[in-house]
Design a binder for this molecule. Structure first.
Ligand code: HEM
Length: 215
């Protein structure tokens, strides 16, 4: 087996960058709470993989959305498992981001030189919450519809620009087929790309600055 990997490495030369990536020095006095960010990222990967599978059967139209979710749950082999994984990893992802942010706050790792990483992390959190909000509409049932109607109505209470922002978000004066399509595009394309970009920056800064020593 090791001969096989030696041969593979001769072709690909992946061993040394791989070592550089995984073998990093970390402060001696850290504990398991420093895993919260990594756990959140693991849930992010699970979300992306299960979400990709759901797009195979989900149809983002007024007529078909609800039925396609029923189909995934009741007819598609293991569809209910994939949907369950997506739902549970979404909740656990947000939970662990919050735990992670609390750990960073309590260990005062937000202080310079890591202040920009705190801000980038906060933006990734906002993008993740927006993913949750847009995903909630997709089953297109009564709960999803009215939650989005209430959520987007709250936007219209912003002074002066509120009404216009709410219209832009819904693509209409109320939640409609336009909103469903808009939320679908945001949920499966724009927000994941934004989150991936922000997390890339987040990890790049961690790589450059290292993990902060515990105070
Ligand atoms: C959106 C999902 C997020 C993921 C996947 C993520 C992931 C990570 C990982 C893997 C680490 C290194 C290990 C650790 O400290 O746990 C880290 C460090 C850090 N994160 Fe996040 N993070 C996220 C969101 C946030 C948020 C919301 C904040 C702050 C509001 C934040 C601020 C930081 C800071 C300042 C560090 C450096 C900590 C240190 O050096 O001790 N992150 N993040």
């Amino acid at each position: 087996m090791s001969k096989f990997f030696d041969w593979l490495d001769k072709q690909f030369k992946i061993r040394s960058p791989h070592k550089r990536f995984f073998q990093r020095t970390i402060p001696p006095n850290i504990n398991y709470t420093y895993c919260f960010g990594g756990i959140a990222f693991t849930y992010f990967l699970l979300l992306a993989m299960s979400g990709l599978l759901l797009t195979i059967y989900y149809i983002p139209t007024e007529k078909e959305a609800y039925n396609s979710v029923l189909l995934i749950t009741n007819e598609v082999p293991l569809g209910w498992v994939i949907r369950g994984i997506h739902k549970w990893s979404a909740s656990l992802y947000i939970t662990f981001i919050i735990f992670h942010a609390i750990r960073v706050f309590l260990s005062r790792a937000y202080k310079p030189p890591r202040e920009l990483n705190w801000m980038v992390g906060s933006l990734a959190f906002i993008a993740s919450m927006a993913s949750g909000f847009t995903g909630y509409l997709l089953p297109w049932d009564q709960k999803a519809y009215w939650a989005t109607e209430v959520g987007t109505s709250m936007i219209s209470t912003i002074p002066i620009a509120g009404k216009y922002i709410a219209y832009l978000v819904r693509g209409d004066s109320h939640v409609s087929a336009n909103t469903l399509l808009r939320f679908y595009a945001l949920h499966v394309l724009y927000l994941p790309l934004i989150t991936i970009f922000l997390l890339w920056g987040h990890f790049h800064m961690i790589k450059r600055l290292g993990i902060a020593s515990k105070y």
